[in-house]
Structures are given as structure tokens and as C-alpha cells.
Design a binder for this molecule. Structure first.
Ligand SMILES: *Cc1c(COP(=O)(O)O)cnc(C)c1O
Length: 232
């Protein structure tokens, strides 16, 4: 089987899972975006997925993503997301390739991204990454600090707060974390009307996330296969 046939088959399976989950949750398929997490996979795979109709791609390392997105400028409708932990000194580089940064989890990072977006003369879409269980070692801002960080993002004028993202913690049931994230976003929306996106769910738990209000599932393995390199 060619790589294109393999990816087409994987995509059909993922689409079917999403469609079923939407149906059982009584939601429209159009409410949930499929974000293909292409970290560690070659640009040629992104081209195949683009041909198959996907437009949203995510990466978690600035250097790899910058090279890949650079090779793929001809995919004019591709939209790139940064979903990984980000050091402030990479802000300038990230705004060169990312259309949205989904992993904003500190005031200092938000300020650095705002400065970089300002210098570039663009407004950058961001999600606030939330650590639902308060263990911030894998990234994310504790729930208690969300309001302050959201304020900094909105007041910057250079970042547009689009919502929040979480990675389900190992310490609690994913459904509990997804429910908590949805409630964080509904709280944010009162003060920040642009904050409507809820990014939750990966290959293993996308059904659970969709049933708890996710508007974006981030799928790597189920689309592309097991990653040979580990990407923290
Ligand atoms: C790698 C990654 C994913 C995709 O995980 P899979 O289990 O391969 O689907 C989703 N979100 C983030 C933040 C990631 O780093």
C-alpha cells in the first residue's frame, strides 16, 4: 500500500470516529475541527493530507515546524498551529510560520508573542493552555491563573484570544478534564467574546472530548501512525 493510500484509509477511520462521536453527542460535524499533528513526519505527508482535504496542521517544535512550513508554502490554505511548549526566545521565529499558538501558558510568553506579532505587523490567534490538575510540569497554566493571563492576552492588542487547550492529565479521568476545560472556556467567554474554541482530545480520547464539548481534536498517531522519534 502506498503512503497516500495508507493515510487515506487512516483519515477515513478518524473521520468516521469523529462523525459517530458528534452524532451520539447531538452535535454537528462542522462544530469540530480535525487538527492533524504532523510532528516528526515529513512534509510529503502533510502534502498528502492536504490533497485529502485537511487544512489545519500542528507541530510542537519551532525548528522542525519552521523548516516544514517553509517547504510547504505552496499549500496556500494550510493553517499551522504550534501546540508544544515554547520558550520565550522562540517567539519571533514562531510568528514567522504559525497562524495560531495553542500553548500560551504564561504572562511572559504571552508578552513575548505579542511583541513578536507587533513587530511583524500581524495579529496572532492564540489559545490559552490550561493545566486542569495544576501539575504544570507538562505545560499549562493553573486554572486559578487563567483570568489574569487571558487579560494580558486581550489587552496586548496583538494577540487574539480564541479559547483554550488542554492535554488530559494522567492523574484524572480524561472526561473530567474535558468537562473542566469546557467550563473554563465558558467562563472566559463572558469577558472575552472571541474565546470560543475548546481544543481537547487526541487519538486515544477524541470521542470523550467531543462528548464534552471539544471544538478541536488534535490527532497524530491515528492519522499518521506511531512516531518513531519521541517528541516531548
Ligand atoms: C503529539 C500531540 C498530540 C497528538 O497525539 P496523538 O496521541 O499522537 O494523537 C496532540 N496534542 C499535543 C499537544 C501533542 O503534542
Amino acid at each position: 500500500m502506498s503512503r497516500a493510500e495508507e493515510l487515506a484509509e487512516n483519515l477515513a477511520e478518524v473521520e468516521e470516529r469523529i462523525a459517530k462521536a458528534c452524532e451520539s453527542a447531538g452535535r454537528e460535524r462542522s462544530e469540530v475541527m480535525l487538527l492533524a499533528v504532523t510532528k516528526t513526519w515529513p512534509a510529503s505527508d502533510v502534502e498528502i493530507l492536504y490533497e485529502l482535504g485537511l487544512r489545519n496542521f500542528a507541530e510542537n517544535r519551532d525548528q522542525e515546524a519552521s523548516a516544514k512550513a517553509g517547504q510547504l508554502r505552496h499549500l496556500e490554505e494550510a493553517r499551522w498551529h504550534m501546540v508544544g511548549r515554547l520558550q520565550r526566545n522562540k517567539a519571533k521565529s514562531v510568528v514567522e510560520w504559525a497562524d495560531q499558538v495553542d500553548s500560551v501558558d504564561s504572562v511572559r510568553l504571552a508578552e513575548a508573542l505579542a511583541r513578536a506579532a507587533h513587530a511583524k505587523g500581524t495579529k496572532l490567534d492564540v489559545l490559552l493552555q490550561v493545566s486542569i490538575d495544576g501539575d504544570t510540569s507538562r505545560g499549562g497554566c493553573p486554572v486559578a491563573d487563567v483570568a489574569e493571563l487571558a487579560g494580558v492576552i486581550t489587552r496586548s492588542g496583538d494577540l487574539i484570544l480564541r479559547g483554550a487547550m488542554t492535554v488530559a492529565p494522567l492523574t484524572m479521568k480524561p472526561s473530567q478534564a474535558f468537562e473542566a476545560l469546557a467550563s473554563v472556556v465558558s467562563g472566559l467567554r463572558d469577558d472575552h467574546p472571541t474565546a470560543t474554541r475548546v481544543s481537547a482530545g487526541m487519538s486515544a480520547d477524541l470521542e470523550d472530548a467531543i462528548s464534552h464539548g471539544s471544538t478541536c481534536v488534535r490527532v497524530g498517531t491515528a492519522l499518521l501512525g506511531s512516531r518513531r522519534l519521541t517528541s516531548p
